[in-house]
Design a protein around this ligand. Structure first.
Ligand code: SF4
Ligand code: SF4
Length: 282
């Protein structure tokens, strides 16, 4: 989702990076921009980023969370999985001019959204010795389910080139140039032989958002959908192809639920997989 952009952000704008329920992998992608990071810091003041704050300053940074800002651009990683998260994201939205969500956790609830399909108490009992001390919501939800979001950047983790494009676009006051096409486009562009056509390997590339550079097919394994749904994914055709390539109804449900479990685009998958099961591949 992209909102209308105003004029370019003022000189030396401020950037904030926020963490919610996540593994920190998407924040690390920003730190991984080694060649570009110094240039970026000349154009933008990174004003809040606990992940890159020295340990001795991190507690102070956390203590300053409330009441800070405003920030010109906020990057938000992670999903909303506690009542405290749900309150804090309102505050982050309030103090941010533009809010961009980064990664599968922030855009689709992430791996932790697997709880959305079962009783969360079953997970608590299985993982924690004393689950009564754990306070969590029954679901893990994307940031856009709670506050307006200016742009959603997909991936688990995100791609650094796409991240830099989004940051540069907001600094320049223009729309980010991020294609909505599928991994198949990237696969063809790099000249990879289609492993589904050549070997019958199940691959989610036709319905998965581009951004990774089609790495997995290039190394002989099927895309497993970490960048989430591409624009208008043809799920019915994809599920028929997965069945043709040997996947069961259960396997199809599981492969769609790995990283982007709570994506609304994938909601029809169980019904479509059950339908396909009743009409076995020709
Ligand atoms: S999207 Fe993936 S890499 Fe990014 S924070 Fe979530 S689990 Fe980690
Ligand atoms: S290998 Fe997968 S991503 Fe590549 S063209 Fe074939 S189906 Fe698409």
């Amino acid at each position: 989702m992209v909102t209308e952009l105003g004029p370019a952000i003022r000189t030396r704008p401020t950037l904030a990076v926020w963490k919610f329920a996540s593994c920190d992998g998407c924040q690390l992608t920003l730190l991984d921009c080694e060649d570009e990071l110094l240039g970026l810091t000349e154009r933008v003041r990174i004003d809040h980023f606990v992940e890159m704050t020295p340990a001795e300053g991190a507690d102070r940074e956390r203590a300053r969370l409330e009441g800070r800002g405003p920030y010109d651009l906020s990057l938000v990683e992670g999903s909303i999985s506690t009542a405290e998260d749900a309150e804090r994201i309102q505050h982050v939205r309030h103090i941010s001019r533009y809010l961009v969500t980064i990664g599968a956790c922030a855009t689709a609830g992430g791996i932790q959204a697997l709880r959305n399909f079962v009783d969360v108490n079953d997970f608590l009992a299985a993982v924690y010795a004393q689950p009564e001390y754990i306070a969590t919501l029954e679901t893990s939800t994307p940031i856009s389910a709670h506050v307006p979001v200016d742009f959603e950047l997909r991936g688990c983790p995100i791609d650094r080139r796409q991240l830099l494009e989004v940051i540069n676009a907001y600094l320049a006051g223009r729309k980010p140039q991020i294609s909505n096409h599928s991994v198949c486009f990237e696969c063809k562009r790099r000249g990879t032989t289609c492993i589904t056509v050549a070997h019958g390997t199940p691959c989610l590339g036709p319905v998965t958002h581009a951004g990774c550079g089609a790495i997995c097919p290039a190394y002989g394994r099927g895309c497993y959908g970490c960048f989430g749904p591409s624009s208008k994914p043809n799920l019915r055709a994809m599920i028929a192809q997965l069945r043709h390539d040997g996947m069961s109804e259960r396997d199809i449900q599981r492969v769609f639920r790995t990283f982007n479990a709570a994506s609304p685009d994938y909601a029809p998958v169980p019904d479509l997989a059950a339908e396909e099961q009743q009409s076995p591949p020709a």
